[in-house]
Design a protein around this ligand. Structure first.
Ligand code: ATP
Ligand code: MG
Length: 393
């Protein structure tokens, strides 16, 4: 059947009192925003601790579900019927018809789970369960009631209006974006950083991103790949301001002046510094990377310590304890994997040493960096000035 409404479920734990409004309003805003790109018209509103969507006559069901399954904060999407109160007999008739349309084969067990959210309805929840169950058994004698483990749970909610549904599509959970401030994602073309961004956005955090490229050593295709990844993450996280930093001259200077086994670590320190510069400018409260302990030489505990040392903002590393396979699994779920594995060159791989240090000493690294002191301020200034900004949505 073509549904005209959806009941949106969300976890209510930890969102009591004032937080509840912040949560619900952000959720409604995100739902409205993702539905703007879907064919059809939608009325999204909250009522008595629930969020509802009413659709126009013409809309694309699959696109709607696809969009809603990317809204953090939603735990379940229930295609539903919203109806007015015309007495119990009418309601029973409607639900009998609804079940007929929903389930061609009537060989299943069911349970009616009614909820009376206004006390002036003549039947209470228990009486509704029994009375509606009876009507259904009368209409379809092959049905069976199973109150413990039913195949189909028929939900009926008596509120200002009445709604009923029997199916629930899993939502992405988490918190609605916009309930937790903003953070700066260091977004590369790899597998890890898009997943890291997704995970932090899932906690309600709005994302901004910074990508370092090194033309002509890295190509336009490599840059486009990062824009595409940002687009995929933005389906969940909402619009992302992407800073594209020209990193070539800084990398060349490091290559020219610093010990080659320290290149990666010094480069990573400058990446963090530059990302933090933009983060501070735009009121971000933290940085996000896709680092995971021990994954590569630049992600040993010693390397992370040395990289972290340049940062003043907290650095969020949601993948820190993940194995590569676990990260890949999430990247497949969120649909970034296929883009991430496209074989375009990365700015880190081009200037990489044969034997990078795995246990950098902070004082040694700082000493090496002094060799850049004559040029670095100007190079940083130039990098800030030439940064390209793209609004990804
Ligand atoms: P990823 O798959 O995310 O690229 P990686 O396994 O290749 O990670 P590194 O190259 O050591 O690991 O990078 C560690 C983190 O540093 C990345 O997860 C990302 O957050 C950031 N980073 C690395 N390269 C870039 C880049 N070119 N632009 C922006 N951020 C970067
Ligand atoms: Mg990488």
């Amino acid at each position: 059947m073509l549904y005209r409404a959806f009941v949106i479920k969300y976890a209510e734990i930890g969102i009591k009192g004032k937080n509840r409004y912040v949560f619900e309003d952000a959720l409604v805003r995100r739902i409205k925003s993702v539905l703007e790109d879907v064919e059809g018209t939608f009325d999204v509103y909250k009522q008595q601790g629930r969020v509802f969507i009413k659709t126009g006559l013409d809309y694309d069901y699959d696109e709607t579900i696809d969009a809603l399954t990317k809204v953090f904060g939603i735990t379940g999407i229930c295609p539903a019927v919203i109806t007015e109160d015309n007495g119990f007999d009418d309601l029973a008739k409607e639900i009998v018809e609804f079940i007929d349309q929903e389930y061609e084969d009537k060989n299943f067990t069911f349970k009616v789970k009614a909820k009376r959210a206004r006390k002036d309805y003549p039947l209470d929840s228990m009486e509704l369960n029994a009375a509606l169950g009876e009507k259904l058994l009368e209409a379809y004698p092959t049905l069976k009631v199973d109150v413990h483990n039913p195949d189909v749970m028929i939900h009926v909610e008596i509120r200002e209006s009445i709604n009923y549904y029997s199916k629930e599509i899993e939502g992405p959970k988490g918190m609605p974006v916009g309930t937790a401030g903003k953070a700066m994602l260091l977004l590369s073309g790899g597998i890890d950083s898009p997943v890291a961004g997704y995970m932090i956005a899932k906690r309600g955090v709005q994302l901004e991103a910074t990508y370092f490229h090194a033309p002509p050593y890295t190509s336009e295709r490599a840059k486009q790949k990062v824009i595409d990844l940002a687009k995929t993450v933005a389906k969940y996280a909402g619009p992302i301001k992407l800073n594209i930093v020209n990193f070539t001259d800084i990398q060349l200077a490091i290559y020219e002046k610093c010990p080659h086994d320290e290149l990666t670590i010094i480069m990573r320190r400058y990446m963090m510094m530059i990302a933090e510069h933009f983060a501070m400018e735009d009121n971000c409260l933290g940085l996000i990377t896709g680092e995971s302990i021990g994954q590569v030489a630049s992600q040993t505990m010693q390397s992370l310590f040395t990289t972290n040392e340049v940062c003043n903002l907290p650095v969020y590393r949601p993948l820190i304890g993940f194995d590569k396979q676990e990260i890949i699994k999430v990247s497949e779920q969120i649909d970034t994997y296929e883009t991430s594995i496209l074989p375009y060159e990365d700015c880190c791989t081009i200037f990489v040493a044969k034997h990078p240090v795995t246990k950098p000493k902070l004082d040694r690294i700082k000493k090496s960096e002094t060799k850049l002191s004559e040029v670095i301020d100007e190079l940083l200034e130039e990098a800030y000035k030439t940064t390209e900004v793209i609004e990804v949505r």
